[in-house]
Design a binder for this molecule. Structure first.
Ligand SMILES: [Ca+2]
Length: 217
């Protein structure tokens, strides 16, 4: 599971901008956690025996993950997260890694200035994909159904802005193509149904559940 960084300036925690907590292993802010099904931390977690660190932490340096999914074929866990202004990210989540927020980021403050002078740094996980301007990523899923043979193995990322779903074609952990599927509404979540169709949830007005079907049956 993921937990956000706690908010934007001027929100403070322990005497500083709360977003800095994403780099503090002593709190859950801005982290991915790995738990067992009884809610306890997995004993093999990377910081389980580190004094002062929360044993639940799997990875750190995240701003606001809105979609996370596991590729049923490779077993890799992928997540997309909101930057502030620009710098939304798609990442492969690996245990013990630091994903940078807020010290290494492509993002800017909503009022303009860069959040950090550093967009990348050795030892900090580089995003697989950066969205600037922000598309406000939401739900995330792999498609492995039979209804859309061309989409097999592709990653689908919802967007709250631009009223789209992005179809992301991958070669391993490398992005080799991105297609914008225009939906015309804010997309909150995207999933593959047991029938092999793609399903979307929108979040305007009363919200709607949309089923995406092939043009040719
Ligand atoms: Ca990052």
């Amino acid at each position: 599971m993921s937990i956000g960084d706690g908010g934007n300036p001027p929100t403070r925690f322990a005497g500083e901008n709360i977003r800095n907590q994403a780099q503090n292993p002593g709190t859950h802010f801005g982290k991915v956690l790995r738990l067992r099904d009884d809610g306890t931390p997995h004993p093999d977690n990377p910081m389980a025996s580190q004094p002062g660190a929360r044993p639940e932490i799997w990875s750190l340096g995240h701003r606001n993950i809105q979609g996370m999914t596991r590729d049923p074929v490779s077993g890799r866990v992928w997540a997309n997260e909101h930057g502030s202004r620009g710098g939304d990210e798609l990442n492969v989540i690996e245990g013990g890694r630091n994903y940078g927020w807020p010290v290494v980021t492509y993002s800017s403050e909503y009022w303009g200035p860069r959040i950090s002078d550093e967009a990348s740094r050795p030892g900090i996980a580089e995003p697989v994909l950066v969205w600037t301007p922000s598309k406000a990523p939401s739900g995330l899923t792999f498609y492995h159904g039979d209804r859309f043979p061309d989409w097999k193995g592709d990653l689908f990322s919802g967007a709250l802005k631009f009223q789209q779903v992005r179809r992301i074609r991958l070669d391993g952990t490398r992005v080799v193509g991105e297609e914008k599927l225009t939906i015309g509404r804010r997309v909150r979540d995207v999933r593959q149904g047991p029938d092999g169709h793609l399903y979307l949830l929108t979040d305007e007005d009363d919200g709607a559940l949309l089923r995406i079907v092939p043009v040719t049956p």
